[in-house]
Unconditional design. Structure first.
Length: 337
């Protein structure tokens, strides 16, 4: 740092302020210091800096998988936001119970991050308490946890609106395909199922448990089996609300294989608005994981930089029903004028 200061013609404290991104340095001085640092291949040692500031310059993320579209979109917006703030990003992937037990036993994020973002995990009380003891802000993303900072969409309200869309088209036999065995994601799954049930109750339609069928995201065979059960009912559904777009696309694949026209004989509604929803012209309930990632990052930075910020703050982002070509009135019902 002394070498950079000498080359730039400034004090070492000015170099320190410049490389930490503080606004108290003029643009001309900042440019000279950054140029000198480049010429000398100088990089700030975060480990050394943390001894002085008590901060690591790092934000950790806990996720159940990186394979899901949701995770990729959220982290793609979170990463650049943190880099612009001079922060780095560490990702802990917890794909199964063994890894989960190990993480909560060791808590590797302790002393290695300034904040932890927890994506789409259904934590028990003991695990939540362990995270409370980390001594850093813990932000819950795509889920709401009472008394703790959270960024999420209202999955119940979103599913209510999606089910209403089908009800308003005239459907009364509406099936709901929910995912089972998806590590970390059952929180949203349960909330969406609840919203579906609430919308039916609101419309005065009795709940039929035979219309609620489980499958696995990305498993076309399991989804085909689920559709087989629905199509074998004495009174099959005229519409299917799938918990995720991936499941909805598998439903479309099955119906087209069996030559059941969509939406003439069966309407299909997804949830997420992934790119594949537009490719398949799939009606869906849209959310924005990219916006969730940005909001979570902003909340993490505010909690790191200002101890007085409300640590129980909840940020709820909107969802929208996107009607496309896979939903229409059932064959025996004319749409309202």
């Amino acid at each position: 740092m002394a070498d950079v200061a000498e080359r730039a013609g400034v004090s070492t404290s000015t170099v320190s302020r410049t490389l930490r991104g503080l606004s108290t340095v003029s643009p001309d001085v900042r440019a000279r210091v950054e140029q000198a640092a480049r010429e000398l291949n100088f990089a700030v040692s975060r480990q050394a800096a943390s001894l002085v500031t008590g901060r690591t310059g790092n934000v950790a993320v806990l996720v159940p998988t990186l394979d899901a579209w949701f995770m990729g979109a959220a982290l793609s917006s979170l990463g650049p936001l943190l880099r612009a703030a001079g922060m780095e990003l560490s990702v802990y992937i917890i794909p199964d119970m063994a890894e989960r037990t190990s993480f909560f036993d060791r808590l590797p994020a302790r002393r290695n991050a300034d904040a932890l973002l927890v994506f789409s995990f259904d934590l028990n009380e003991e695990e939540t308490a362990r995270l409370d003891d980390l001594g850093m802000p813990v932000i819950y993303v795509s889920q709401h946890v009472r008394g703790r900072p959270s960024v999420y969409v209202d999955d119940v309200a979103a599913a209510v609106h999606g089910t209403r869309h089908l009800l308003n088209l005239g459907h009364r036999r509406i099936a709901f395909l929910h995912t089972v065995g998806a590590s970390g994601f059952s929180f949203s799954s349960n909330e969406r199922l609840l919203g579906y049930q609430q919308a039916l109750a609101e419309a005065g339609i009795p709940l039929d448990k035979e219309l609620m069928v489980g499958t696995r995201a990305g498993d076309k065979r399991r989804t085909a089996e689920a559709m087989g059960r629905l199509l074998s009912l004495r009174e099959p559904p005229t519409a299917v609300f799938a918990e995720q777009d991936e499941v909805a696309v598998a439903v479309l694949w099955t119906l087209r294989k069996t030559r059941i026209p969509v939406p003439e004989r069966m309407s299909v509604l997804g949830f997420d608005d992934q790119p594949l929803a537009e490719w398949f012209d799939l009606s869906t309930v849209a959310q924005s994981p990219a916006e969730l990632g940005r909001e979570a990052g902003e909340l993490a930075l505010s909690l790191i930089n200002d101890p007085e910020v409300d640590r129980g703050r909840h940020v709820v982002l909107p969802t929208f029903v996107i009607p496309r070509s896979t939903t229409a009135p059932p064959a025996d019902v004319e749409p309202d004028a």
